[in-house]
Design a protein around this ligand. Sequence first.
Ligand code: HEC
Ligand code: HEC
Length: 209
Amino acid sequence: MKKQAVLLTGLLFAATVWANEPAAPAAAKGDAAKAQKIVNDVCGACHGTDGNSTSPTYPNLSGQHPEYIAKQLNEFKSGARRNATMAPNVAKLSAEDMVNLGAYFSAQLPKAKQAKDAALVAEGQKLYKGGNAGSGVPACSSCHGPAGSGVPVQFPRMAGQHGKYVVAQLKNFRTGDRANDGGKMMQTIARKMTDQEMRAVAEYISGLR
Ligand code: HEC
Ligand code: HEC
């Protein structure tokens, strides 16, 4: 019962957020082909030219929603999301480049990966799907989807993301180092999570497909 209540709260929360969100501007579609040169010259070195990075410090971008990618690029440039590695890479990007890069990486195929630690995965799955009624952590699935595919335009895809990157972002949300989540949705959630919950849910997410 309690579990369902948490899930429901999460869903209601998400529904409220959607209801309050202004209609997305007539989405600029973006031209993936126009992004190819920037990908080859700049982004590919860290994120992989197909958006599947080989180092867990660099997030996978393949299959991510184009609007989310463009939003993050915008915010790295404005400083709303602070990161010393990304800042120089976006300094020269135009708004159009950002939309094109979103179109490019969202069209790349994610590579399925296997989570490694079965016990952690089980623990993470419980939190991902049911939340933690005791501490008020909502189910991640209520916003990021049961299979981690996210919900465009607001809720990013999670499936197959590097566990190390996921933990790092959760910690950044917890401290407020990352504060570009509209409505502080993720900051509020991360502050209720333990380190162990972060590790477990990240391990589960890394194997989602
Ligand atoms: C030198 C390595 C490096 C290069 C080159 C680089 N990135 Fe990144 N990128 C990173 C790191 C590290 C992060 C994680 C930043 C953080 O922790 O907030 C990141 C994060 C991102 C994110 C946020 C992903 C998410 O899931 O929130 C996007 C989008 C992104 N990069 C796109 C690009 C694009 C497009 C380019 C080329 C113009 C590029 N990056 C070039 C290292 C790099
Ligand atoms: C109420 C909706 C909501 C719920 C519930 C939620 N999230 Fe999020 N999450 C968001 C939004 C919105 C963003 C995007 C923030 C932004 O635009 O930068 C996000 C972003 C993230 C990111 C950063 C992704 C990236 O690529 O950098 C991680 C990691 C994350 N969430 C993990 C979780 C986990 C783990 C849970 C469950 C414990 C969870 N979220 C529950 C709304 C939610």
